[in-house]
Design a protein around this ligand. Structure first.
Ligand SMILES: [Ca+2]
Length: 231
C-alpha cells in the first residue's frame, strides 16, 4: 500500500532549525543565556567530569549544565533516565510533563544506545531548549507567559512551517482543559508542539528531498514515521 500526499506546508526558503537567540543573560530563566557561550571565556574543564570514567560533555559546555546533570545522576552511571531528566529540566516555575520528556528523550537519544541520555545528549537537548525558549519569549507577544494559537501560528511560520489552521486547531486542542477558556500553551507544551511539527516535517522532507511538497511512501514507512510522535 502506498500513500501519496500533496503538501505545501513548509517553505524551504526559511530555516528549518530554530534560529539562535540573541544572548540574553539575566532574563530570569536559565535557557537562553546558556546558548552560544562556547568559546566565550566560560568554558569548563569537562575532563574533570570525564575523569570519573563518564562519557564527557562537549568542550565549552556551561558549568550549570554539567552541574544540573550531575545533580540528578545520583548513581553516577553517566546516564540519566526519564525521571531524572524531568527533574533536571524542571524548576520552580517551569515543569516538564513526562509526555514531553519522553518525546525529548526519543528525539535526543544516542543512536547507538537505546533511550539513554548521557552528557552529550543532555548538552544538545539543553541547547535546543534554549533556542525554543527564545522563540517562546519572542512570540509571546502579550507577555502572558503562555502561547496562544495565533502566537503559535506565527512562531511556526517564522520557523518555516506554514501550518494550516485545521492542523493547528487539532494540535492546540490537545491542551484544552475543558474550561471554555482560550487554550494557551505553557513552555513545555510549546516545546512538545514544536518538536512534533519540526520532527514530522523533517521526516516528510527526507522523502521529499527536492521540496516539491509531495512525497510517496509505503504504509509501513508512514506509520513508523508518525507513531513515535503520538505515543
Ligand atoms: Ca501569550
Amino acid at each position: 500500500m502506498s500513500y501519496s500526499q500533496s503538501y505545501t506546508g513548509y517553505n524551504d526558503n526559511r530555516p528549518s532549525a530554530p534560529p539562535a537567540p540573541d544572548p540574553a543573560p539575566g532574563t530570569g530563566h536559565p535557557y537562553p543565556s546558556y546558548y552560544g557561550q562556547q568559546g566565550q571565556g566560560q568554558s569548563y574543564s569537562t575532563t574533570s567530569y570525564g575523569s570519573y570514567g563518564y562519557p564527557s560533555f562537549p568542550p565549552g559546555t556551561h558549568p550549570d549544565i554539567i552541574r544540573s546533570f550531575q545533580m540528578v545522576d545520583r548513581d553516577r552511571s553517566g546516564f540519566i533516565d526519564e525521571n531524572e531528566l524531568q527533574q533536571a529540566l524542571s524548576s520552580g516555575y517551569q515543569r516538564f510533563s513526562l509526555r514531553t520528556i519522553r518525546l525529548l528523550r526519543f528525539l535526543f537519544k544516542n543512536l547507538h544506545d537505546s533511550l539513554r541520555i548521557g552528557p552529550q545528549e543532555f548538552a544538545a537537548l539543553w541547547g535546543c531548549l534554549g533556542r525554543w525558549r527564545a522563540i517562546f519569549d519572542r512570540f509571546d507577544r502579550d507577555q502572558s507567559g503562555r502561547i496562544d494559537a495565533m502566537e503559535l501560528k506565527d512562531a511556526f511560520y517564522s520557523l518555516g512551517y506554514a501550518v494550516p489552521d485545521s492542523v493547528l486547531s487539532v494540535l492546540v486542542s490537545r491542551y484544552d482543559d475543558g474550561s471554555g477558556r482560550k487554550v494557551e500553551l505553557t513552555f513545555d507544551s510549546f516545546v512538545e508542539c514544536g518538536m512534533i511539527m519540526k520532527g514530522l516535517t523533517e521526516k516528510f522532507k527526507e522523502k521529499d528531498p527536492h521540496y516539491t511538497g509531495s512525497a510517496t511512501f509505503t504504509y509501513d514507512t508512514f506509520m513508523s514515521m508518525i507513531i513515535p510522535f503520538l505515543v
